[in-house]
Write a protein that binds this ligand. Sequence first.
Ligand code: SF4
Ligand code: FES
Length: 258
Amino acid sequence: MKITLRIWRQPSPGERGGFVEYVREEIHPNLSFLEMLDELNHDLEREGSDPVAFEHDCREGICGSCSLVIDGQPHGPGKETTTCQIYMRSFSDGARVTVEPFRSKAFAVIKDLVVDRSPFDRIMQAGGYVYVGTGQAPEANSLPVAHDVAEEAFDAAHCIGCGACVAACMNSAAVLFVGAKVRHLALLPQGKIEEDARVLRMVRAMDEEGFGGCSFTRACEAVCPKAISVEVISALNRAYCSARTKELLGWIKPSDQA
Ligand code: SF4
Ligand code: FES
């Protein structure tokens, strides 16, 4: 098949970027989108040109590294699919395909299609963990978790931190990501102890990183490759209101730890 690619090229964060067209012929429909970019880069290197920078790691939908906006949609045309799981057979022969980086003020473009998603790391450092005592593993049955609670926690824990929710949001909000991280820890006994302090720290870190507010358009949910539900946003709002009230009453401090 033949594809015309319009790819965003930007040499560095401070320089202006723009679209460059590449016509690709004899593409096998069973190539993945990233393999197609590998072939393009192979040819660019052979002719002495700068290859297109893009991120990837597992190529199995697990790590959250891949991060392209394809024809205006974060992660491309698939539903509940990461960029690395998109295949060329999803496009029609002769199509013109536009490839851009995730766009958000909080995710600066580093080069071409690579953006800086370290704001997510800093939000996680603010509270996306639990304190556990080291030593022997505790008896599993000493911490019973109801089946439906475990299922809900696992659903939220599916978030791979890719950032597509931010790229899809007209406000560049990160609440689907933060909601998923807060929710899966708050549901389990190990994470309940620090629940209030955690939500205060993570929401404040999110605001400091420059993410916008939520208008509840559900664009984030529509593009999330792991089907994270906007219910985690409602739960985040409830948890924040409760924690903030306790903080104002002097019952807790954001620095509280287990
Ligand atoms: S909530 Fe979904 S879209 Fe957002 S970072 Fe997690 S997996 Fe990616
Ligand atoms: S490369 Fe790991 S999820 Fe796509």
